[in-house]
Design a protein around this ligand. Structure first.
Ligand SMILES: C[S@@+](CC[C@H](N)C(=O)[O-])C[C@H]1O[C@@H](n2cnc3c(N)ncnc32)[C@H](O)[C@@H]1O
Length: 349
């Protein structure tokens, strides 16, 4: 008879032990409840089902030994018996079913699966091979998953998705000296991907002081050779102010500094998950500024329907003050979230 399988290596065994420990930790509370339920004098399983089950156990034991459960399945079967007695059959998908099929919603395996599925979807659009070269940086200690030997985060995958959306719609080439201006960039996840992927790209970030601090720290740490214009130097008045912005590869400013950018100097203005959290008057002001700045494109990605409780306002995908002269070049639902829309407008005619 040909034997299937080979002896496991020490690291395979350590991996498997870690997985087992994780499963037991996750299912510990359920097993504890089952153990308590097991102490009840009667069982929750009908006599008929119990009889069929006991008969099957006896018959399996009496037959060819090769079909008997392995040590792992003997252990699982004894937990099953405990759960049967304690919980009965009715809600089996959330008890014994956890060892058979679907995981509990909070199981990390789903987090891992999400990365795998998103990555596989993006690979079809990976014309620049970014998914084979970029990895989630250590800096900031994001939650990551290793897929095909590379470390990914949802932030990295979303950023690659967003950059490719711009590339596909705008027809950018890798070497293009594009200027991207992001309003509300968070810690700079998309900026990092753009700066890494496009050697001649320049990136301007406008944000509130807290996020601006993070983005300055993050992007200057990851791109130490890129000339950076930080805040407050970016706001210092002087005849050479415009030149300092033009010389920088990465520049950082407070929102009001958007007013000092030269019209026509930006290729794309980007706003992701940020306008949707603003008051309508702020959004209107930013759209006025975009009109004045006259970029080639505006890329927005927001919740389709966002209630802003504290501002008592509602912003829907149709509610953004898009100018009639702006041409819709792309509109769709995000690959990741059903409740998120993305749109790219050609602003400059
Ligand atoms: C939910 S975060 C999204 C960050 C980033 N775009 C991302 O997707 O990772 C919202 C961002 O909008 C910024 N923001 C909030 N109000 C703002 C305002 N009035 N002007 C500019 N940025 C603002 C926040 O500081 C934060 O960086």
């Amino acid at each position: 008879m040909v034997q299937a399988g080979a002896p496991a290596s020490a690291s395979d065994r350590a991996d498997a032990a870690r997985r087992l420990a994780r499963v037991l930790a996750l299912r510990g509370p359920m097993l504890a409840r089952a153990a308590v339920g097991h102490l009840r004098p009667d069982t929750r399983v009908d006599a008929e089902w119990r009889e069929r089950y006991e008969r099957a156990r006896r018959d399996l034991d009496a037959n060819d030994a090769v079909f008997r459960p392995t040590k792992q399945w003997r252990l699982i079967s004894s937990m099953f018996r405990m759960m049967l007695r304690g919980f009965g059959l009715r809600d089996f998908k959330s008890t014994f079913g956890r060892f058979l099929a679907a995981y509990e919603p909070e199981n990390r395996r789903y987090f891992e699966a999400l990365h795998h599925v998103y990555l596989s979807t993006l690979e079809r659009r990976d014309t620049w091979g970014l998914l084979e070269t970029l990895e989630e940086p250590d800096l900031g200690q994001n939650d990551t998953v290793v897929v095909r030997g590379r470390r990914f985060s949802m932030d990295l995958l979303q950023s690659v998705d967003e950059l490719y959306r711009l590339v596909e719609v705008m027809g950018w080439s890798r070497e293009d000296p594009v200027v991207v201006c992001e309003i509300g960039a968070g810690y700079g996840r998309l900026a990092h991907v753009v700066l890494s992927a496009m050697p001649n790209a320049r990136y301007f970030v406008f944000d509130l002081p807290e996020s601006l601090l993070l983005a300055q720290y993050y992007l200057t740490s990851l791109h130490p050779d890129s000339k950076a214009l930080l805040y407050p130097e970016s706001a210092e008045a002087g005849a050479d102010g415009e030149r300092r912005w033009a010389d920088a590869r990465i520049a950082f400013g407070l929102p009001h500094q958007l007013r000092s950018l030269v019209p026509g100097s930006v290729d794309a203005v980007v706003n992701i998950y940020s306008f949707m959290e603003m008051a309508p008057a702020q959004v209107a002001t930013y759209f006025d500024l975009v009109e004045r700045l006259d970029p080639k494109a505006l890329f927005i990605k927001q919740h389709k329907h966002e209630v802003n409780l504290l501002e008592n306002s509602l912003l829907t995908s149709a509610g953004y003050p898009v100018r009639p002269t702006w041409r819709l070049a792309h509109e769709g639902t995000s690959a990741l979230y059903e409740n998120v829309f993305e749109a790219i407008y050609r602003v400059r005619s």
